[in-house]
Design a protein around this ligand. Structure first.
Ligand SMILES: *Cc1c(COP(=O)(O)O)cnc(C)c1O
Length: 402
């Protein structure tokens, strides 16, 4: 069929749009919404996801690097894009050429950008980043006015925005976030009283958008909530969020083993007689590694299994791969692009059966195709060899030589 391969990510356009409308419910009508599409849109595919967001009326896009901004521009996206971390000046020409909005976090970078813009005969739109206690980058609050004056003197940088970023908005205790916000508001007030009417003042990420409405200001910058996740288990307000992302792989090989046969690198795993293993084409190079919390879970599992062997407790394995809704434990080491799972207890597993895989979304390789769904049907797939558009309503099925 469409050469999507045996392992792919399903992205649900309807769920993304639903989550955006849930986020909008939290905002005043005049508050702008920035959709954050850094890190390949948290593993959803930057270009397609940006288009989905713009379709839902998102006002601004946020990326981390100049490169990420250029990728969106090259795909034909002309909406405003803020680059959080534009680098230290080498990319100035690219930034300006692609009409990206730059974050100013140091005087040196501002100077390089201004000089480059002069040479190119262009103007640049910029947002000043205020460092209020994240400890990453930015202008100190008490330096904000002096910095803004210097930038104004450069003559070709338009100060469109000023922002900060919270370190602890997702923690139960919000007092540090309030402290940061206080410093930010002071810097903003100083700017205003010196005549800098910066139109876009923003601070809130997902957690603050959810739990600290007074930080919404002119715009909120949201990633996690749009992707259907809370920033932590400690946020207090809840929305009706839908899952936007699923990782799928396909059983490519099934075999019954004899007693004590070796499985995978190191031959550490040995089968019992009658064990049935299925091979899936997904491994650590695809981003299928144990998540940190899973690792802890698995450690607990091994401890509990030890306890079980001593007759103390019953162990429950972590469910990282499921086939037909059933947990299929991983057997042997996860290889670069293959994993074997125990399907002995499942009835009649065959090549072509599809597995649901749990992985960290931002870690899943961009080599894995992203297939975009609406109304339960795929309409597009982004693969490393290009984009495929599905005509009409077809069911996406895995294909390949099974
Ligand atoms: C990633 C990021 C965001 C979005 O954070 P979420 O918690 O995913 O909403 C907002 N602002 C900046 C500067 C970021 O780097």
């Amino acid at each position: 069929m469409r050469n999507i391969g045996l392992t792919w990510v399903e992205v649900d356009k309807d769920a993304i749009q639903h989550n955006i409308s849930e986020v909008r419910k939290l905002l005043k009508e005049e508050t702008k919404l920035m959709g954050v599409v850094k890190a390949d849109a948290y593993g959803h595919g930057a270009v397609e996801t940006a288009e989905i967001m713009l379709d839902s009326g998102v006002d601004f896009l946020g990326v981390n690097t100049t490169e990420e901004g250029i990728e969106l521009r090259k795909a034909g996206i002309s909406d405003p894009i803020l680059v959080f971390n534009p680098g230290i000046g080498d990319e100035a020409q690219q930034l300006i050429r692609y009409d990206l909005t730059v974050t100013l976090a140091s005087l040196k970078v501002a100077e390089i950008i201004s000089k480059t813009a002069y040479k190119m005969g262009e103007e640049v739109r910029a947002h000043i980043k205020i460092e209020t206690g994240f400890g990453r980058l930015g202008i100190l609050p008490e330096e904000a006015v002096r910095f803004a004056k210097k930038v104004e003197e450069m003559g070709n940088i338009e100060l469109e925005g000023v922002y900060t970023h919270f370190a602890t908005a997702a923690e139960r205790n919000k007092s540090y976030a309030y402290e940061q916000f206080g410093l930010f508001k002071k810097a903003v007030d100083d700017l205003i009283s010196e005549g800098f009417e910066v139109p876009l003042k923003h601070a809130a990420n997902s957690a603050a958008t959810l739990d600290i409405p007074e930080t919404h200001m002119d715009m909120v910058r949201v990633g996690n909530l749009i992707y259907g996740q809370y920033s932590s288990g400690d946020v207090s307000k809840k929305l009706d969020l839908k899952n936007t992302w699923l990782l799928k792989s396909t059983v490519m090989f099934v075999r019954e083993f004899q007693k004590s046969q070796a499985v995978s690198y190191g031959s550490e795993a040995r089968t019992k007689k009658g064990t049935v293993l299925a091979t899936l084409p997904i491994g650590f190079a695809d981003g299928f590694t144990l998540l940190p919390e899973r690792l802890a879970f698995n450690l607990r599992f091994f401890l509990r299994r030890g306890a079980e062997r001593l007759g103390i407790k019953r162990a429950q394995p972590a469910s990282l791969i499921e086939i037909k809704g059933q947990n299929t434990p991983i057997v042997g080491r996860v290889a670069m692009q293959h994993t074997m799972v125990d399907v002995t207890k499942l009835f009649n597993i065959m090549p072509g059966d599809v597995a649901d895989v749990t992985a960290r979304r931002t870690s899943v390789s961009s080599r894995i195709p992203r297939v975009y769904y609406t109304g339960g049907h795929p309409y597009k797939a982004a693969t490393i060899t290009g984009t495929k558009v599905f005509k009409g309503v077809e069911k996406h099925e895995a294909e390949g030589d099974l």
